[in-house]
Design a protein around this ligand. Structure first.
Ligand code: NAD
Length: 277
């Protein structure tokens, strides 16, 4: 995907220089961690801030594991599918066996489908729901007994498409809106146990999920995408930074919310034209 003409986001400090150890002595379980995706960036960020990391994904992310090893992170990977109850139970068990506790769960595993209503099959709909929505429920339920007595944080990766619509993405939107609804209600249900539940709703982030559209990215398509991204498209590390804050004790007074990232609700009136400027 070309990023030509995209506004450059300049960070005041390079994250790797400014990191504190907010997750020292904590254990985080991240679903869908991949080499170039959002889950991998979250795993690296939490590890860099001191967390021991457990991950589950359909495929082992070799390069991510290599980077975590090079940085001496305590990291454990389990191949599995969040749509399968036995895989979910297995990763939680393995995490407890190895690290003894789970303080943070990041529900990041997800699949996307752009399919118009007329051709959307029941099988496609069911698969999206199983992974994107029921997967979040399954993972959250499975870690509950381990967070029960000590508290914790669950961070769900929703999407702009859970809060705003886009033609052709109804099924994906429905799963992400479901995640946002679940976040709100679980936050209330689990607050008495000291468990916070929050979500982020990113706009387009440069990962394999988005770059697979690259062959069709003409200058005109790119221009139209830019119009809905006032700060340009995001990087996995941008999402990871927000997740790290929300999962940390610094966010101890925040629960139930969904943080929009990289976009803002828009109602683009042509004000200058209306005023004749
Ligand atoms: P990605 O395709 O790079 O990564 C998704 C990961 O989830 C992969 O590691 C994949 O193996 C894993 N996964 C998929 N199904 C799984 C399953 N059933 N069980 C276990 N693991 C599974 O995509 P990404 O862009 O990094 O997406 C991560 C999350 O962020 C997803 O939930 C996605 O919906 C969300 N999101 C992405 C964007 C974007 O533009 N990339 C924007 C908003 C939200």
């Amino acid at each position: 995907m070309s990023t030509e003409g995209q506004p450059q986001i300049v960070l005041a400090t390079r994250p790797e220089r400014a990191l504190s150890q907010r997750f020292a002595d904590k254990v985080a379980l991240v679903t869908g961690a991949s080499d170039r995706g959002i889950g991998g960036a979250i795993a690296e960020r939490l590890a860099a801030e001191g967390a021991a990391i457990s991950m589950i994904s359909r495929h082992e992310p070799d390069r991510l594991m290599q980077r975590l090893r090079e940085n001496s992170a305590a990291a454990l990977f389990t191949t599995g599918d969040v749509a399968r109850t036995e895989d979910v139970a297995h990763v939680v068990e393995t995490t407890i066996d190895r690290f003894g506790q789970i303080d943070v769960l990041v529900n990041n595993a997800g699949i996307e489908l752009a399919e118009p209503l007329a051709t959307l099959s029941d099988e496609q709909w069911t698969e999206l729901l199983q992974v994107n929505l029921t997967g979040v429920l399954r993972m959250s339920r499975a870690v509950l007994e381990h967070m029960d007595s000590r508290g914790g944080a669950i961070v769900n990766i929703a999407s702009v498409l859970g809060l705003a619509g886009s033609a052709g993405l109804a099924a994906y939107s429905a799963t992400k809106a479901g995640v946002i609804g679940m976040t709100q209600s679980l936050a209330l249900e689990l607050a008495p146990k000291g468990i916070r539940v929050v979500a982020v709703a990113p706009a387009m982030v440069k990962t394999p999920m988005a770059t697979r559209y690259a062959p069709n990215m003409t200058a005109e398509v790119w221009e139209r995408i830019q119009q809905s991204h006032p700060l340009g498209i995001g990087r996995p590390a941008d999402v990871a930074a927000a997740v790290a804050f929300l999962a940390s004790d610094e966010a101890r007074w925040i629960t139930g919310i969904t943080l929009p990232m990289g976009w803002t609700p828009a109602f683009p009136l042509p004000v200058d034209d209306m005023l004749g400027r």
